[in-house]
Design a protein around this ligand. Structure first.
Ligand code: TXA
Ligand code: MG
Length: 330
């Protein structure tokens, strides 16, 4: 299959609609990462998404809709706090999990009685969703477990020959996936941290829980149990206070002719004397935005990525740390 990358305009959107209506999948940009979308009412199209990505079939998908789409047909029991959060943060990088009304096909939620919904703010995503006027089931557009894509070229590198069309909307500004928030309880509960932080949720909803997986417990968000976001080269992760050990490891590997790189934020980069650095930038937002691009750059140029965790781990950095641990942890 020939894979085309096209800018988002009337012509490419017409082609996208033809593919989706015919039961196929199209990659499209969002403000977080690129998604691989299919019609959420079409069971076969959704099942194909799992096959294209090599995704385990117990890891449910998020349904994406445009900002004027009436969600009440898809989900029920929307609590007041969720309405307030939606009013404040949507369109944007917040996915909300509600009780499903059972209208979208069961393979989207992998048999769960809930449905995750998201209204992306990226203008290209909105154009794509508006032109289809359907709920679009979309995981990130990478091969399962690999680093999520933040450019059309990243999608191409993973899915070339497996899909017909990649809509190119430039580099995703957010850089890590949306916050997944369970809205089926009395209080919201964060299942996956992201760009909408706990502090931001608490400001609107009063309080909020954070899901921590305990030994032997059923996983609420199945995606959390998998190794994820991993570059194809070897990786190591050091905490900030062990940054000198990371540099020792780098020097040891370089001395043995191993092409090692240090992945760290700009302030750490300035404090160590190392030539080969994958620089994530300064602020939490910059670091989130650059993380996947630098991990992909790393797997192209390095044999070993030695990551040093940033010193501050609050706000957006919580989501970054979660991805870093899954990408570079043991
Ligand atoms: O930013 C994003 O969320 C991106 C873009 C493309 O929108 N999408 C994304 O999808 O990250 P994916 O499939 O890579 O991750 C979906 C996450 C998984 O952790 C999955 O377990 C969780 O959402 N999820 C989906 N449906 C769920 C449900 N009904 N209940 C609990 N967790 C759910
Ligand atoms: Mg993913």
């Amino acid at each position: 299959m020939y894979t085309e990358i096209l800018p988002i305009d009337e012509k490419s959107l017409r082609l996208a609609k033809k593919i989706i209506d015919g039961g196929g999948a199209v990659a499209f940009p969002t403000e977080t990462v690129y998604g691989l979308g299919a019609n959420a009412f079409d069971n076969k199209a959704v099942e194909d998404i799992f096959k294209i990505k090599g995704r385990p079939n117990d890891n449910p998908l998020i349904v994406h809709v445009h900002k004027d789409y009436d969600l009440t047909g898809l989900v029920s029991d929307i609590p007041e706090y969720a309405k307030a959060l939606a009013k404040t943060y949507l369109p944007g990088p917040l996915t909300m999990v509600f009780k499903s009304s059972g209208r979208v096909c069961s393979s989207v939620s992998c048999g769960l009685d809930t449905l995750a919904v998201r209204v992306p703010s990226h203008s290209g995503a909105q154009q794509f969703l508006k032109c289809l006027d359907l709920p679009i089931a979309a995981p990130s557009a990478n091969v399962s477990k690999h680093v999520s894509p933040v450019t059309a070229e990243h999608v191409y590198a993973d899915l070339k020959g497996r899909i017909e069309l990649i809509l190119d909307g430039g580099k995703c500004s957010g850089g890590i996936e949306s916050t997944v928030l369970d809205c089926t309880g009395k209080k919201p509960q964060i299942l996956r941290s992201g760009l909408i932080t706990r502090e931001m949720i608490e400001k609107v909803a009063g309080s909020c829980d954070e899901y921590v997986l305990k030994e032997g417990e059923r996983v609420l968000s199945p995606g959390m149990k998998y190794k994820h976001y991993s570059p194809s080269c070897r990786t190591m992760l050091f905490s900030f206070c062990d940054k000198n050990k990371a540099v020792e490891e780098y020097n040891k590997n370089r001395a043995q002719n191993v092409n090692a790189y240090i992945l760290c934020d700009e302030i750490t980069a300035e404090s160590i004397n190392v030539n080969h650095i994958l620089n994530l930038g300064k602020t939490g937002e910059q670091i989130a935005s650059n993380l996947y691009e630098k991990l992909r750059e790393g797997e192209r140029c390095a044999e070993l990525i030695i990551a040093i965790a940033p010193e501050k781990q609050d706000g957006v950095m919580k989501g970054v740390m979660n991805r870093l641990i899954k990408a570079c942890g043991n």
